[in-house]
Design a protein around this ligand. Structure first.
Ligand code: PLP
Length: 396
């Protein structure tokens, strides 16, 4: 089957929820992907921050292959060792409480929202509210969607879940004013990812923490994109002045296997009880052994130092390019703000043709999320390709 055949079948059978780039990938290794014609691409998107340990990382492949031949699924009605070992590893590496596993990021946030609402009811709040920042992205199931203001505004998908409100990014006083007795939680991304890589200011984070503490609300960090080493520490909150009560993880956690997690402090871990939440597939041994292998690789000071160093190399290289206005973000989660008049979508398409995969989250921004295992030669090559594409863009 060639690309034209795939596109014809897509047109007939797949729901029209995505605009796919015209390329079929058939193989991946490290930071490289190969298409069906044998062309190699440098992948600076990593499956939207999923393949952080590289495509087909040998340790992940071995763990999954071995587990697949032994036991794939039992449900949460029984014990399996990978599930409890992974819960221990996640809790001990972060907030020290309990873990609920899911199959995706949006579901991890659903768990966090349930915990927040239930905890607020215990405080006597009848109509709990969740506060987020405008342009936050928390997922597409109805709870997470309600906390994703840009998408929740689509009337065709309404009515939305009540009890969600948002304030402008980094507006500490608006945030403070929005948090009151009814607030169940502040749910935020420490660095907005889908919006185009916009970090939260320390001031806004401190305001959120303080206001949550004043009313007894929970501070929830959605670390689905920022977590698992992406910003140069295992969790992004470690580089901020605050500590959340809950954090959610997914994407890179499974190294390509679908898994999400909601991790709590010891106190917040006591809120949900039997019957409050569940999932058939979640915590399955296949996904859990993959995540254990990923954490074994990423939770390593040398690797995390490398993320910070490669991130700086990439940032400096990009800032030296004609046409680049600014570079936002931390570690290997970077947004490249282009000079006015440059069309990021056209540039992204041109880069794909030349063999570099990037993402375009908004008209003036390229988003770069390479594997954390990327080397300095690959960073140099990607920077040079972006520079050449910008020059040829200028030439029309
Ligand atoms: N939260 C953040 C910050 C994300 O970036 C995403 C996905 O891009 C999600 C939640 C949703 O994750 P998923 O697509 O696995 O449901």
């Amino acid at each position: 089957m060639n690309l034209t055949d795939l596109q014809a079948l897509e047109e007939r059978y797949l729901m029209r929820t995505y605009r796919r780039a015209p390329v079929e990938f058939v193989r991946g290794e490290g930071a490289s992907l190969w298409d069906s014609d044998g062309n190699e691409y440098l992948d600076f998107l990593a499956g939207i921050s999923v393949c952080s340990v590289g495509h087909c990382n040998p340790e992940v492949v071995e763990a999954v292959s071995e587990q697949a031949g032994r036991l794939m699924h039992t449900s949460n009605l029984f014990y399996t060792e990978p599930m409890v070992r992974l819960a221990e590893r996640l809790a001990e590496s972060s907030l020290g409480g309990r873990v609920f596993f899911s199959n995706s990021g949006t579901e991890a946030n659903e768990c966090a929202i349930k915990i927040a609402r239930k905890q607020a009811h215990r405080r006597g709040v009848e109509a709990p509210e969740i506060v987020s920042f405008e342009r936050d992205f928390h997922g597409r199931t109805y709870g997470a969607l309600a906390a994703t203001p840009a998408l929740a505004a689509n009337p065709a998908l309404g009515p939305m879940l009540p009890g969600f409100r948002s304030v402008p990014l980094n507006d500490a006083s608006a945030l403070h004013a929005a948090i009151g007795e009814n607030t169940a939680a502040v749910l935020i991304e420490p660095i907005q990812g889908e919006a185009g890589i916009y970090p939260l200011s320390d001031e806004a984070l401190l305001a959120a923490r303080q206001a949550c503490d004043e009313v007894g609300a929970l501070l929830i960090f959605d670390e689905i994109q920022t977590g698992v080493g992406r910003t140069g520490s295992l969790w992004a909150y470690e580089q901020t002045p605050v500590r959340p009560d809950l954090l959610t993880s997914a994407k890179a956690l499974g190294g390509g296997m679908p898994i999400g997690a909601c991790v709590t402090t010891p106190a917040a871990g006591e809120v949900l009880e039997p019957g409050d939440h569940g999932s058939t597939f979640a915590a399955g041994p296949l996904a859990c052994v993959a995540a254990l292998a990923v954490l074994e690789i990423v939770d390593d000071p040398a690797l995390l130092r490398g993320v910070r160093e490669r991130g700086e190399q990439l940032r400096e290289g990009l800032l030296a390019l004609e046409g680049v206005r600014e570079v936002r973000g931390r570690g290997l989660m970077l947004g490249v703000g282009l000079e006015q008049g440059l069309d990021a979508a056209a540039l992204g398409a041109r880069l794909l043709e030349r063999g570099l995969i990037v993402n375009v989250p908004e008209p003036g921004t390229l988003r770069l999320l390479p594997p954390l295992t990327v080397d300095s030669d690959q960073i140099e090559r990607a920077t040079a390709m972006i520079g050449e594409a910008l020059l040829s863009y200028d030439a029309g």
